[in-house]
Design a protein around this ligand. Structure first.
Ligand SMILES: [Zn+2]
Length: 72
C-alpha cells in the first residue's frame, strides 16, 4: 500500500499524529493520549497518535499523571 498514493487535490484532514506529525488516516488505528500537564494539548503532548507512535507517549503520560496525582 503506497503511503502517499493519493492523486492530487486531496488535502489530508482530520487528526494528526502528535508524535510523527503525519495525518492519521481512516485505516490506521489511533490512540488518544491525555497528559495531565497538558490538558488542552498546547504543548503538543495531549492528542491523537498512531497506535504505534502512542506507546512511548502513553507510558510517559502514565508516569506524569501519576506524579501530578501525588502532588499536593
Ligand atoms: Zn504517528
Amino acid at each position: 500500500m503506497p503511503l502517499d498514493g493519493s492523486p492530487g487535490g486531496e488535502e489530508p484532514r482530520g487528526p494528526w499524529c502528535a508524535s510523527c506529525k503525519a495525518p492519521i488516516t481512516k485505516g490506521q488505528r489511533r490512540v488518544r493520549v491525555q497528559f495531565d500537564n497538558d490538558p488542552h494539548g498546547f504543548r503538543g503532548l495531549t492528542g491523537e497518535y498512531h497506535e504505534a507512535c502512542s506507546k512511548p507517549f502513553a507510558s510517559m503520560a502514565r508516569a506524569i499523571n501519576l506524579m501530578s496525582f501525588r502532588r499536593f
